[in-house]
Design a protein around this ligand. Structure first.
Ligand SMILES: Cc1cc2nc3c(=O)[nH]c(=O)nc-3n(C[C@H](O)[C@H](O)[C@H](O)COP(=O)(O)O)c2cc1C
Length: 261
């Protein structure tokens, strides 16, 4: 009991902006002259790379109004059995993490905001049904607007692995693809030290919200998921669980039509 109430106090403290007043900004990585963390993780040399259709090359994306997209947004957990087109996937990836401006070698601005433009996330995509892509686990490379294929997988086995790692939320395994975001806390800690963690969580919300809104332009379905087995999901995407770990995920697909219900 005591431990629970301590943790609640700790959690509430963390939600406030008190950490900022306690940070010794002279001891952060940036102040000590530590190298700026890379914008994106290196790509394994043997990874197959897939170029994605670029802005404007998205024939399946409807030009709906932002008012309509916001009005219609909702969490949808039922997916059509049809695959997503590659241009639809490219559009969604651009919406969640696309680079809109390279400031310099170590800083980019994206389609989402981020505290101090630190952008602490990587986007992994567990592909189950995307036209032209072999099922497997991929990582989005925002700088190149490409995908790197990290491993191939049997779609059925990957679907089961995803649902299990999502604590039995079966709809996660029925999607056409699952976006799995990892956090690399040091990218933000490098500047903000112990004040980094609250803003990393805030940053993640913006990413998922852009996905929700973008899904409305492809008759898509998505649902933010924060309940998952940390160790299993880290293993699924192949990260170490310390310097990089899963923070949020969202299955995506076309929404199920009335005939499929
Ligand atoms: C941070 C966060 C975590 C969530 N985690 C889950 C989840 O693990 N499983 C799930 O089915 N829905 C999850 N949701 C979706 C919420 O249940 C949903 O947003 C809420 O019921 C309101 O419905 P709406 O999004 O359609 O307005 C999550 C939403 C947010 C914002």
């Amino acid at each position: 009991m005591r431990r629970d109430s301590d943790r609640i106090e700790q959690g509430r403290w963390w939600l406030k902006d008190l950490a900022r007043q306690e940070v010794d900004f002279s001891s952060t990585g940036q102040s000590r002259g530590c190298p700026v963390p890379p914008i994106q993780q290196p790509v394994p040399p043997d990874a197959v790379r897939v170029a994605l259709p670029r802005y404007g090359e998205w024939p399946h994306v409807r030009d709906i109004s932002i008012v309509e997209a916001i009005a219609r947004r909702e969490s949808r957990r039922q997916f059509a059995s049809t695959p997503l087109e590659l241009d639809e996937l490219a559009f969604l990836l651009w919406a969640v993490q696309g680079v809109r401006k390279v400031v310099h070698r170590a800083a980019v601005l994206r389609t989402v905001p981020s505290a101090g433009a630190r952008h602490p996330f990587e986007t992994y995509v567990a592909v189950l049904r995307i036209a032209g892509l072999v099922p497997g686990v991929y990582r989005y490379l925002p700088l190149e607007h490409e995908l790197a294929r990290l491993r191939t997988a049997d779609a059925r086995a990957l679907s089961v692995e995803l649902a299990r790692a999502a604590l039995g939320q079966l709809f996660v395994g029925y999607a056409a693809a699952v976006f799995i975001w990892t956090a690399i806390p040091y990218r933000t800690e490098w500047r903000y030290g112990v004040a980094a963690h609250k803003v990393i969580a805030l940053d993640a919300g913006h990413v998922a919200q852009n996905l929700y809104i973008a899904c409305e332009a492809i008759e898509g379905a998505t649902c933010a998921v924060a309940a998952y087995d940390q160790v299993a999901m880290d293993r699924l995407v192949g990260v170490d669980g310390r310097e990089e770990f899963v923070i949020y995920l969202a299955p995506v697909g076309h929404r199920r039509s009335a005939e499929e219900e």
